[in-house]
Design a protein. Structure first.
Length: 147
């Protein structure tokens, strides 16, 4: 245990704390001493015990106000976190939906390409058949004209 010598309200005190906490204890005592002196200046001499009690109440009030603010910020952070999760889910759902639509469009594209190729083959076949029929017709006409 470490010892810290402090002055409070003009009196010296020796306080103990864990090793390494000396500076922190000194900072806390400086703040308490400032509060005490502010109240002493504002309220006059009410007596040391009453001023100590009012100082303690003021410090606790500030502590509770800070605690409320921290709790409110935690609620806000939790709400933001939930909203972020919802947004993240929406983004992933949107992405999945769009990937599915792209896959569907690719399949339709492949089907359309195959249909075009089949139509082109059928068209070429029909052209070839028509050309053969015309050629046969011409050949028959030539034979009939020759006879």
């Amino acid at each position: 245990m470490a010892n810290v010598s402090i002055t409070f309200n003009g009196k010296k005190f020796l306080l103990s704390c864990e090793d390494g906490q000396e500076e922190h204890l000194e900072e806390l005592l400086i703040q308490i001493n400032q509060k005490f002196n502010e109240l002493k200046n504002d309220l006059g001499s009410l007596g040391e015990n009453k001023l100590l009690l009012i100082t303690a109440v003021k410090v606790m009030d500030e502590y509770h106000e800070t605690k409320k603010k921290v709790e409110q910020k935690q609620i806000e952070l939790r709400d933001l976190s939930n909203k972020f999760r919802e947004l993240k889910n929406l983004v992933y759902n949107y992405k999945d939906k769009k990937e599915e639509e792209i896959k569907e469009l690719n399949n339709k594209h492949i089907d359309l390409k195959a249909e075009i190729e089949n139509s082109q083959k059928n068209y070429e076949r029909i052209i070839d058949e028509a050309a053969d029929e015309i050629s046969n017709f011409v050949d028959k006409a030539n034979i009939e004209n020759l006879s």
